[in-house]
Design a binder for this molecule. Structure first.
Ligand code: HEC
Length: 159
């Protein structure tokens, strides 16, 4: 064992083992993180691809909501509550009461999701309050899946 190359070889071997272990851990962590980062996917098929709009619309066309109302409540509390108030009952001078909204009732879930994506500026003739409903409630980071969750939540509040 006086040959220095032997020590070098052992060193390389240990380094290789360590990096393999590291990469395996890294891969496991990434998988977990991805699973955690995929909200509103109770359906594993939808989890694989990040649920393109087409499949969302198709699944929503049945009338059944794909959204998760419990998650939607959290989204609502983080974004919509500022204008639509707790329980979505509206805030005078800001957002409307969504529990009694005839407009919301008239829309299918996918329609309501696309409405929320676009919002309704005060310049829109359909605007009733002269106050802006901002696109995605002013929170561009909300995904379509999260908006579907909010819609599912709103459905539970409708009178
Ligand atoms: C900055 C304030 C603000 C925020 C935040 C906001 N909205 Fe609105 N929203 C409004 C206003 C104002 C209107 C009414 C527009 C009008 O006068 O036609 C409205 C209208 C709506 C309507 C249509 C109601 C109707 O009867 O026409 C829906 C549905 C809605 N908002 C959902 C949401 C959701 C869901 C969120 C959160 C993702 C959200 N809004 C966040 C201000 C807001």
């Amino acid at each position: 064992m006086r040959n220095p190359w032997v020590y070098l070889a052992i060193g390389v071997y240990i380094a290789a083992l360590a990096s393999i272990t590291f990469f395996i851990q890294q891969a496991a962590y990434t998988t977990q993180a991805r699973q955690r980062a995929a909200p509103a996917v109770s359906n594993p098929a939808a989890a694989k691809t990040s649920a393109p709009a087409a499949s969302k619309a198709a699944s929503g066309a049945s009338g059944a909501s794909q959204g998760d109302a419990a998650k939607g409540q959290t989204v609502f509390a983080g974004t919509c509550v500022a204008c639509h108030g707790p329980q979505a009952k509206g805030v005078t001078g800001l957002g409307k009461d969504l529990t009694t909204s005839a407009f919301a009732k008239s829309q299918t879930n996918p329609q309501l999701v696309s409405f929320i994506k676009q919002g309704r500026p005060s310049s829109d003739p359909a605007n009733t309050t002269k106050v802006d409903m901002p696109p995605r409630g002013g929170n561009p980071s909300l995904s379509d899946a999260q908006l579907a969750d909010v819609v599912a939540y709103l459905r539970t509040l409708q009178k």
